[in-house]
Design a protein around this ligand. Structure first.
Ligand code: MG
Length: 343
């Protein structure tokens, strides 16, 4: 197995503001694995608030003994091995998992969705995310959202109603809201949730602080629309503790260490009767496609990474009528590959 990797700075179309942070680009590590005449591609997207960096990613890769990974791959054992090398580091673990899943599909000559039992005909629409901004900037961002059937709005500061009213002056599409832990008063939050429900909001991510399980549960008991754990939901092991406190979860492959555990998480959430949104970080076509292959198993998708960035170096995945269209190429089906990007 031959490994190559290179750093890549993924630039955001708009400086991205959520309730607690603002940033203009995201450091990625692009990873390529050559094995038995096939090549698998992976990617770590290291958004700063998750604590990973080029340094931590390179340090982790140095620990990996690639000779342990032999086809047919045992992904449960692979993740267990990666976790044994170091805790945390979910994004670089995801890069390895995604590259090996791409490779696995190619070695089996099957698309990843087929291996995971996902039906491309059941692809949910993908939402387009709009960060917190002044009304005139919001109106401009909404022009970029014309092709989308759903818009996801970041709330959680003191102008939530103004943001929704601005959006509603431009479009009537259904809305997802992400409060990013920004609400701290239960009574005010439930009033706002009812108001948002009447404004056509169909789900809300992470209303209150991720550590306030009781506060989020109090809202979940009363909310007319699904409330989802995002910041509170990292790895599969977190899921048990969230049942009852939320209607569902937002999984992201950069939190779940990639496709294998992401898939396990979807299956377990189903067993617990919980809903699933599949989201993303700022990602190129590689990690986005990895999410798209699992998206038909989820209730909702928020896989807008390539639409929120300006220098995705690969071909954009096919997107029509608000949803991704999966091709029947083996593995991830990545197109427009540039070998120079992998070192
Ligand atoms: Mg979120």
């Amino acid at each position: 197995m031959k490994i190559s990797c290179k750093e890549f700075d993924l630039e955001l179309k708009h400086a991205f503001s959520i309730a607690k942070f603002t940033r203009t680009s995201t450091p990625l590590l692009l990873l390529k694995v050559d094995y038995q005449g096939k090549t698998g591609y992976g990617e770590a997207s290291m958004v700063p608030y998750m604590g990973e960096s080029y340094e931590t990613a390179h340090a982790f890769l140095k620990k990996v003994d690639w000779s342990r990974f032999q086809f047919p791959f045992d992904f449960a054992a692979i993740i267990e091995y990666l976790d044994s090398l170091a805790t945390g580091n979910p994004a670089i673990k995801a890069a390895i998992d995604i590259a090996l899943n791409d490779l696995n599909g190619q070695l089996q000559n099957k698309p990843c969705y087929e291996i995971y039992g996902a039906d491309p005909a059941k692809m949910p629409v993908t939402s387009f995310t709009i960060g917190i901004d002044a009304p005139e900037v919001l109106r401009k961002k909404l022009e970029d959202a014309k092709d989308f059937k759903v818009i996801k709005v970041k709330l959680g500061r003191d102008n939530d109603k103004e943001i929704i009213e601005t959006i509603r002056s431009v479009t009537n599409v259904p809305l997802y809201v992400d409060a990013n832990q920004g609400w701290n008063d239960r009574a005010k939050a439930i009033d706002l949730i009812y108001w948002l429900h009447h404004q056509g909001v169909v789900l809300i991510e992470q209303p209150m602080d991720k550590n306030d399980l009781e506060g989020n549960a109090w809202l979940t008991e009363r909310s007319p629309i699904p409330l989802l754990a995002d910041e509170a939901m990292q790895r599969l092991k977190d899921l048990d503790g969230l049942k009852g406190a939320y209607h569902g979860i937002n999984i992201k492959l950069m939190k779940s260490t990639g496709m294998y555990e992401g898939h396990q998480t979807i299956l377990k959430a189903r067993k617990l009767g919980m809903k699933v949104l599949i989201g993303c970080m700022s990602e190129t076509s590689i990690a986005t496609l990895a999410g798209v292959h699992l998206a038909p198993l989820c209730d909702w998708a928020d896989l807008d990474g390539p639409f929120l960035t300006v220098n995705n170096p690969f071909e954009q995945p096919t997107f029509e009528n608000g949803k991704y269209i999966l091709n029947d190429l083996p593995g991830l089906g990545l197109k427009g590959i540039r070998e120079d990007l992998f070192g």
